[in-house]
Design a protein around this ligand. Structure first.
Ligand SMILES: [Cu+2]
Length: 201
């Protein structure tokens, strides 16, 4: 009897594990920004090394939605609350250097681009940028950001194409190194995807 119970419990455990694997597999395709190039993409393409597992899955920076009222926590915004991707949160690369930046011009239109490995029904895309004088020596937090998005692209619960570009004006009045936080909010789950891109104005 004891043994049977144990076997049953083990089988149940396996079934539960299997179901979890399946359900995370079902949502495993996701997306990331490559224009301006995001930290996860820099890790994936080898521009930044020793990033850990994010290099194999730049599309997986998935966390709770609702930013900035909810969503990813301060200090974990760039990893979307995923401690296994903590390298993305650090103000320095794993090698201790500065994150490579993309040069952009304030007040000019910029074409943002996402690459998707699963085309989830989408609420919207929102873009935030750091304030002038932000603290570049700690993991990115809300206090560093202008919490009003400079660009919002509503998507009406539609599925994006595999590659999606959209344009909007970058804010003016910024100079030097900044971080753009792109948030892709999924319509039919509790989640959003986060991508931090380092830029130089
Ligand atoms: Cu997904």
């Amino acid at each position: 009897m004891r043994t049977r119970t144990k076997i049953y419990a083990a089988a149940l455990g396996m079934a539960t594990t299997g179901a979890l694997v399946l359900s995370s597999g079902g949502a495993s395709g996701h997306g990331y920004t490559d224009l301006p190039v995001s930290r996860q993409k820099l890790c994936q393409n080898g521009s930044v090394s020793n990033c850990g597992s994010i290099q194999w899955e730049p599309q997986s920076v998935e966390g709770p939605k609702g930013f900035p009222g909810g969503g990813a926590a301060d200090g974990q915004i760039c990893s979307g609350n995923n401690t296994r991707f903590a390298q993305l949160d650090s103000p320095k690369t794993p090698g201790g250097g500065a994150w490579p930046t993309t040069r952009v011009s304030g007040g000019q239109s910029y074409t943002f681009r996402w690459q998707f490995t699963a085309r989830h029904a989408t609420t919207d895309f929102k873009y935030y940028v750091t304030k002038q004088g932000w603290n570049q020596n700690h993991n990115l937090a809300r206090s560093d950001l202008n919490l009003t998005p400079f660009l919002t692209v509503p998507y009406n619960n539609q599925q994006p194409p595999a590659t999606l570009s959209h344009s909007g004006a970058l804010p003016s009045g910024l100079s030097g190194h900044h971080v753009i936080v792109a948030v892709w909010t999924i319509a039919d789950t509790a989640n959003a995807f986060y991508a931090c891109s380092d830029v130089t104005f």
